[in-house]
Design a protein around this ligand. Structure first.
Ligand code: UT7
Length: 321
């Protein structure tokens, strides 16, 4: 039994914001942002929501697979910026799509969320509980960013990407790994609502993302290559046998560091972060959809997907396209 990706989709907010635009908000420059991160522009919501973006990306994934929403059995949304506490974004997307048969729930593993959701879907399908799953990573990070903090506001963008996976006879996903290190949670965090009940009333504050960028950078360059080696080992492959590395798009220099550690040419690491920034859980499926639509994914190709982020969390997956 195997599981393969049979459709991809993505959706981005209409409005774009350039590095030049950011220089009017904080003390930064196009040169600094490009040199230190590789980012040039990002899409920022002026009304699009985690649900509307995810629903659009999911619809495109269904169309690209030639399937109808009514056939979906499991619907997972990876997000750390849901619209509501309850109901979860996945139930709202289910309603928008008319995926009446699907069991739907959200999963938050921050920027590694898409990979954790993919692994969850695979476990359900391997256990024989479901035949297929629609999985999206969707984020409107712009609402939890402190737009006066130059060390974070230049990095992130909004968007959603989705894949449809289905049970198949052979090929597809060869190995997946996922890991968490809660001990390092403080290096990248955003608080939730304060305690408010008849016994305790903490004055409400507006929570924003706070990050120790250098710590996250070092963690990514250290852990992502070892996680990739772990899945390659499970699949009996070497780093050189992989055609494309579809990695979380956080920073061009992180991707360069990973390519160096794996001793694989950078041209096997496609990037779109110059146009979209870091979209957390949406980054990997959006890039995958772009590559798919550009015709860069040929049948039989070996791909590695890998993400990392707040938690800290990290994961990787190797698959045959
Ligand atoms: O999805 C996971 C989410 N997070 C990440 O992946 C983040 C990973 N980390 C990074 O990408 C990098 O650490 C950053 C891009 C966040 C920062 O780059 P860096 O090369 O690690 O810079 P730094 O934090 O060491 O800061 C260097 C200098 C500092 O000034 P001083 O102290 O040397 O005077 C910062 O204040 O750059 C300054 N700086 C900026 N300058 C202009 C920080 N942000 C900016 C900015 N524009 N936007």
């Amino acid at each position: 039994m195997a599981i393969r990706i049979i459709g991809t989709g993505s959706a981005l907010p209409e409005k774009t914001m350039t590095n030049e635009d950011l220089t009017r908000l904080v003390d930064t420059s196009d040169e600094w942002i490009r040199e230190r991160t590789g980012i040039g522009t990002r899409h920022i919501s002026t009304g699009e929501t985690v649900v509307s973006l995810a629903a659009q990306a999911c619809q495109h994934a269904l169309e690209s697979a030639g399937r109808d929403a009514s056939e979906v059995e499991l619907l997972l949304i990876a997000t750390c910026t849901p619209e509501r506490g309850i109901p979860c974004a996945a139930c709202q997307v289910q309603n928008e799509l008319g995926a009446a048969q699907a069991a739907a729930f959200d999963l938050n593993a921050a920027c590694a969320g898409f990979l954790f959701a993919l692994n969850t879907a695979c476990a359900y399908i391997e256990a024989g509980i479901y035949q297929n799953a629609l999985i999206a990573g969707s984020e409107v990070l712009s609402k939890i960013i402190d737009w006066t903090d130059r060390s974070t506001c230049v990095l992130f963008g909004d968007g959603a990407g989705a894949v449809l996976v289905e049970r198949c006879e052979q090929g597809g996903i060869l190995a997946i790994a996922q890991h968490s290190d809660g001990n390092k949670g403080a290096v990248l965090q955003c608080d939730g609502r304060e305690l408010h009940n008849p016994f305790v009333d903490v004055p409400a504050t507006v929570p924003y993302v706070r990050m120790d960028g250098r710590e996250v950078f070092a963690f990514a360059v250290r852990q992502v290559p070892s996680c990739i080696q772990e899945v390659l080992g499970k699949a009996g492959l070497t780093a050189g046998e992989v055609d494309l590395y579809v990695l979380h798009q956080a920073n061009k220099r992180i991707i360069e560091g990973i390519s160096k550690r794996l001793a694989v040419d950078l041209d096997r690491f496609p990037m779109n972060l110059d146009r979209v920034g870091n979209m957390s859980s949406a980054a990997i499926p959006v890039l995958l959809d772009e590559l798919n639509r550009e015709g860069r994914l040929r049948e039989g190709m070996t791909l590695v997907l890998s993400g990392f982020g707040a938690g800290l969390t990290y994961g990787a997956c190797v698959l045959k396209w």
